[in-house]
Structures are given as structure tokens and as C-alpha cells.
Design a protein around this ligand. Structure first.
Ligand code: SF4
Length: 338
């Protein structure tokens, strides 16, 4: 995955003041339109890659939820206002029953389906999965296998695999909106602008193709590794890379997401049913705020959703964010200090 953080943004239902008061008194029926329109389903923590900066669930996370339970949950989410799901992980294609779930969500529930995968198993499982996918996110963090492997750590020639997958999708599944996602961190930043050019030179069609660049995000079980390793870059450095990428690749649809735009944008359900929203932590970096487990106490999750101040403060994504460069300069790991 790359949660990739893949992905698209979650838009939250904006409650009226009256409904907030009702919720506060716990006397309301949670029947419809109380859930974010887009929900991330982190089906699995495991992955066949081992990216140092991974912000997915812990790779050892338990996966006690059966296929039928996930189906029941998504059916319920739709009744509560969710219109689209992002299937992610870990690596969701490691789930054997994934085609069954995706087919159900697309054909039975008629919801929009985004799949965020690292792409390694995509060619092998394409026929069973891609007919039911509207949006596909694939990661590429370098313009060659060698650079990409600095970021996407594992035994695979990940760059070649993803390039092949992109061409296959564009040829066989032209209805899919494709996004290539790139995490920009210190080890790969100088090489990032070349990625777009390499893709175009290799014959990738810039139509129905988006390239999204993410500032590496210090969050999740590996936050310490990101902060104490040489991974973090400042907002100014990130913006500089975006400008270079746009200059070098004028034909490409390029968008950028600094980590301070994550707060309020993602509502995630983890492999065991635990939910999190992304908020801004006391250190200025994004943090995961737990809201409860949807399989154990759905009403508690809904109440916590409404109780989050960012839901009440903003029509779409919530909090007004500060410049992330301030968080960067406050933290300043020793190795960055001159
Ligand atoms: S290890 Fe890498 S590919 Fe796997 S989930 Fe984490 S970021 Fe995604």
C-alpha cells in the first residue's frame, strides 16, 4: 500500500448545531449520513515490501475480521453515508479473498472503489480485481530500480514491476483512473523529478494519469525511524522538488501533498476494526487519533467522530493547519542541526 495514503481525501459530513446537541445527549438514531463519504479500509498490516518510513498499520497487526464481516461493515457504512472506499493496507493483494470483497462493493453496493497497492502482485491478480476498480494507486519513488529500492525495500525489482503494471492497466483497463504516488524523502528527493520523464519516455500515456507527490510523513509505528533516520524534508524542500518536477514534466498532471494537509483528510479502519482519523499532534506532526472499534461499538465511533473538534469547525476536512515547516524546525533531529 501506500496509503498510500493514497490516495483521495475523505470528506466528512458536516452536522448542524442541532444535530450535534442531539448527539451530545446521546438520544439520536445513527441511521444515515453520519459517516465520512470516503473511508480507508486498511484490510491487512502485512506487506511484501518493508519500507523504512511505512505509515501503514504495524506489519504484525492481527487480522481477526472475516470476509463476511467486512462485507457487512461496508454495507452498514453505505447506509450511514459512505459512498466510496479505499482498499489499502499493508499490501491488500496479499488477502486471498480481496477479489470477492471488491466485487461485492462495486457490483452489489455500487460504491466507488479505489485500490492502493504496491503493485507486486497486480499482474497476477489483475483479471479478478481490476474490472471492479475505479481508481488505482501505484507507488514509484525513483526513476530506476536502484533509486526506487532505497525507498521500497525488498527483494523485488519494484520499479520494473510497477512500470509494467502501469502499461498493462492503461492498455487493458482504460476505464481506471491511475495515480502514481511518490513519497519524497531525503534519500530520493533529488531523483524524484526524473520519474515523470522516465515514465513518459517508456510510453506511459499521460491521459487519465495523475502523479501525486507526498512529503514523507512522520506518523504510525515507524515515526521514530522517520524522525531519527535521515528521511524528513522541510516544506520548502518539498515545494522545490514539486516545482522542478512540474518544470521537467509539463505534460503531466502533478499534484502535491505536504504532510500538514493530512489532518482531517483520512478516516481509516484498521485490520482489527479499530478506527483512526488523522489529526495534528502536539508536536506539530500528523497523528492517528483512535475513535473506537467499528465491530465492537459502532455508536461510540460515531459519537467520537462528532466530538472531534475538526468535524465541527470546517465544512470539509476540519482543522485549519499551520505551516508544517514550523513543526520541522521545532523538531530538528540532531543530524539536521548545523
Ligand atoms: S511497507 Fe511500503 S509498500 Fe508496504 S504498506 Fe508500507 S509503505 Fe506500502
Amino acid at each position: 500500500m501506500f496509503r498510500a495514503m493514497r490516495r483521495t481525501t475523505s470528506t466528512f459530513f458536516k452536522p448542524s448545531n442541532a444535530s450535534l446537541h442531539k448527539l451530545a445527549s446521546s438520544q439520536v438514531s445513527f441511521s444515515s449520513h453520519v459517516f465520512p463519504s470516503t473511508v480507508d479500509l486498511n484490510l491487512i498490516g502485512r506487506c511484501n515490501l518493508n519500507c523504512t518510513w511505512c505509515w501503514g498499520p504495524d506489519h504484525q497487526a492481527a487480522e481477526p475480521i472475516s470476509l463476511n464481516k467486512w462485507k457487512e461493515l461496508v454495507t452498514d457504512l453505505q447506509k450511514k453515508g459512505t459512498k466510496s472506499v479505499i482498499i489499502t493496507g499493508g499490501e491488500p493483494l496479499l488477502k486471498r479473498w480481496l477479489p470477492d470483497l471488491i466485487k461485492y462493493i462495486k457490483t452489489d453496493l455500487n460504491m466507488r472503489v479505489t485500490l492502493s497497492t504496491n503493485g507486486i502482485l497486480l499482474r497476477r491478480r489483475a483479471k479478478d480485481i481490476l474490472p471492479y476498480v475505479d481508481d488505482l494507486g501505484l507507488p514509484l519513488d525513483g526513476p530506476s530500480n536502484d533509486i526506487n529500492k532505497i525507498m521500497r525495500i525488498g527483494k523485488f525489482d519494484h520499479f520494473d514491476i510497477v512500470l509494467d503494471a502501469i502499461k498493462h492497466v492503461q492498455t487493458e483497463y482504460p476505464q481506471i483512473d491511475l495515480t502514481v504516488r511518490t513519497v519524497v524523502a531525503r534519500p530520493n528527493m533529488e531523483f524524484v523529478p526524473e520519474i515523470g520523464k522516465v515514465l513518459l519516455d517508456a510510453g506511459v500515456n499521460p491521459e487519465k494519469f495523475r502523479w501525486k507527490l507526498y512529503q514523507v510523513n512522520p506518523i504510525g509505528p515507524r515515526k521514530k525511524d522517520i524522525l531519527e533516520g535521515n528521511w524528513l524534508i522541510s516544506l520548502a524542500e518539498f515545494n522545490h522538488i514539486i516545482e522542478k518536477a512540474k518544470k521537467l514534466n509539463p505534460k503531466l498532471n502533478i499534484c502535491a501533498q505536504p504532510y500538514d494537509r493530512h489532518a482531517g483528510r483520512y478516516f481509516m479502519i484498521f485490520p482489527d476494526g479499530a478506527t483512526h482519523v488523522i489529526d495534528k499532534g502536539p508536536d506539530g506532526f500528523p497523528c492517528e487519533r483512535p475513535l473506537g472499534n467499528v465491530f465492537e461499538d459502532m455508536e461510540k465511533v460515531i459519537k467520537n467522530l462528532f466530538n472531534q473538534s475538526y468535524l465541527a469547525n470546517n465544512d470539509s476536512h476540519g482543522v485549519t493547519l499551520n505551516d508544517s515547516s514550523s513543526a520541522f524546525s521545532e523538531y530538528r533531529p540532531r543530524r539536521y542541526q548545523k
